[in-house]
Write a protein that binds this ligand. Sequence first.
Ligand code: AVJ
Ligand code: FE
Length: 368
Amino acid sequence: MATAVTSALGDALQQARSRTLALVAPFSHAELERVQHPLMSPLGWDLGHIAAYEDLWLVHRHGGEPLLRGDLADLYDAFETPRAARGDIPFLRGDDLFEYIAAVRRRALEVLERVGPGDGTLFEMVIRHEAQHNETMRQTLFLAGLPGGRPPTCAHDAPDEWIDVSAGRFEMGAPADGFAFDNERPRHALELPAFRIARRPVTNGTWMHFCEGGGYERREWWSDEGWAWKEEYDITHPEGWTAGGPSDDDHWPVLHVSWFEADAFARARGARLPTEAEWEKAATWTQEPLQDVGKVWEWTSSHFGGYPGFVAHPYREYSEVFFGDDYRVLRGASWATEARVRSLTFRNWDLPQRRQIFAGVRLAKEVT
Ligand code: AVJ
Ligand code: FE
């Protein structure tokens, strides 16, 4: 039993690593060291950070061994070294970097053999952390126009339809057993009034009509904050579009819109964004399936906070430090999200002006 779990976790670690290495394979060492975009870390920083995190949680905390490179701990700590500073610091480069990530991996697999997986939580956390950073790295590739940043586009036309979700109780959040991030627990009952939610996310084609119909010019559709942001940065279309329109298929869900844009779009449609509770109720409702969940992250109207009875664990800085009114919750997953980290209870979050994330929008409205 324990050996089956052990080898499954070892395989999952290695699978995550193959994906990471495939992602960076097309790039020279110099390309990995470069700041591709002011919002993002150099790709080489993500690589070192993935390994430092693994060394900290699996080798040091779980295995009880000293860090392989204690001198690098602060450099690869996301809080000690904020993104804006990551271009200037002496992070590992070239062969040193690749030797470090391989050495950490050998140590982690030795710990797995010697100590065992424990209840598996830390290993699962580290596997998912690497997968999550793969998506972050793809965001960098998107912003830099490098290969790996665009979805495989093959989309079909589908009608815009509303799904009526009836009023009533539902259970929100992850069940008590199995792996989940701290912010998904505890599972709790919620009573929601009836609402309507779009069967599918807004497409590029529909967003194009919004642009042509003065979507970025009609003051009344924008919040005060959203309008100020749009004016300051002269935003006239989603990130990554050319003057002619979307670079991906018209029928594909629109990508790279900020929460501010999603909110304005909803108002232009006489609709609103779903709350995250509505989203989760609709997505887990067995009566009528939502379409295209998992292609784009979907902005919700909800701020990021703890569920009643929230307990931070085991990686304290994962969620709690982001709770409050600054961040908005996104639900679902994107084309760039690995299968292992996909879940209908997963909560993502970002600032309302951010557009590097693979985010789109699914509308909701009141039942009339
Ligand atoms: C859950 C995607 C918001 O990238 O900031 C990675 C995941 N946390 N390393 C992020 C994460 C620490 C996190 N998100
Ligand atoms: Fe991280």
